[in-house]
Design a protein around this ligand. Structure first.
Ligand SMILES: Nc1ncnc2c1ncn2[C@@H]1O[C@H](COP(=O)(O)OP(=O)(O)OP(=O)(O)O)[C@@H](O)[C@H]1O
Length: 309
């Protein structure tokens, strides 16, 4: 289903994923339309028909002249919209603005900017069009595939959880906790060789996290003091953390204080390569699985505008 009107610089193109979250989409879509009308926002829209359809939809919209995009869905929908933007060559990405109406399960990206998980309030924020020109990360996997990310990426335990989540999302917000517990019980750590800033670290590793923003895994915080537009990745290397370490520090996983644990190291860098030595762990970007094995990560400084509070 799609609908395109005459375009002007204030026009928005909405990309909506009706499968995000566990809500009643037709009810949510009615509420969205009412609020857009109430704020006098000029918009056209399209509904995704399949996974990653966001990429084509956003590129077609940009080609037609839209410069303002709204992602209606969760972190996966936003991730695919961002990938569509970063991979197109019609306009400079910094000329584009994204607003988010959260309908997902985790909705982690909005948490860094304190955007409420609420249709009316998120549309209010979009209508004011206060923006931040945010950095975007880019991962290169072993098959030379490039994937962009706007929130948090990583490999190891977090990738394992994202893979497990696929079968658990039907349980809603609690699915993240269930997947986390499953991972604690069954995930096997491996030795990572980590290369960045002229340093080489080889360590038994639970996971390596690359952050632009703060929250992942349904509200967990593995990065502290992030600056989303400083041109630097916030790296967290969770080394030989045990099941017991994680259970005993559960509140710190949500408060961000886990970064002060003696088995956790944090760095800031523009580029990093992680080469797992003993296994091929899952790699996740914004909660989407993007590959397995080794990965190189870089940052694109001040890449895209996002509507924030
Ligand atoms: N029409 C569709 N049918 C099936 N999958 C779709 C469709 N449209 C989009 N998708 C895919 O659905 C996936 C999940 O969407 P999304 O992440 O937005 O929701 P969520 O998983 O509920 O939220 P969160 O990631 O915040 O927990 C994305 O990978 C997206 O590409």
């Amino acid at each position: 289903m799609s609908h395109i009107d005459k375009i002007n610089i204030n026009s928005w193109f909405i990309i909506a994923n009706s499968t995000s979250g566990n809500g009643d989409f037709s009810k949510q879509w009615k509420e969205i339309q009412q609020n857009l009308k109430h704020k006098n926002l000029d918009y056209s829209f399209a509904f995704t028909q399949f996974s990653k359809h966001e990429v084509d939809l956003v590129q077609n919209a940009i080609n037609k002249g839209f410069r303002n995009i709204i992602s209606v869905g969760g972190d996966g929908t936003l991730h695919n919209v961002v990938n569509g933007i970063m991979l197109q060559r019609y306009v400079k990405t910094s000329e584009l603005t994204i607003g988010v109406i959260p309908l997902g399960t985790g909705n982690d990206w909005i948490k860094t900017y304190n955007i409420p998980n609420n249709i009316e309030k998120s549309i209010e924020i979009i209508s004011k069009k206060k923006t931040i020109l945010q950095d975007i990360g880019v991962l290169k996997t072993e098959d030379n595939q490039l994937t962009y990310f706007n929130n948090v990426a990583g490999l190891g335990y977090d990738g394992y959880i994202v893979n497990k989540l696929k079968s658990l999302k039907k349980f809603g917000a609690i699915s993240y906790l269930l997947a986390g517990i499953y991972g604690l019980l069954f995930y096997k750590k491996s030795i990572f060789k980590i290369i960045f800033n002229d340093k080489v670290i080889e360590t038994n590793c639970l996971m390596a996290i690359f952050g632009i923003c703060k929250f992942s895994g349904g509200g967990m915080q593995f990065t502290e003091n992030v600056n989303t537009s400083d041109g630097l990745l916030d790296i967290t290397i969770a080394k030989n953390l045990t099941f017991l370490d994680l259970v005993l520090n559960l509140p710190k996983l949500y408060s961000g204080k886990i970064v002060h644990h003696k088995k956790v190291a944090t760095y800031k860098t523009k580029q990093i390569t992680v080469i797992p030595q003993t296994t091929k762990p899952f790699i996740q970007a914004d909660g989407e699985l993007v590959g397995t094995g080794a990965v190189s990560v870089e940052i694109v400084e001040k890449a895209v505008n996002f509507c924030v509070k």
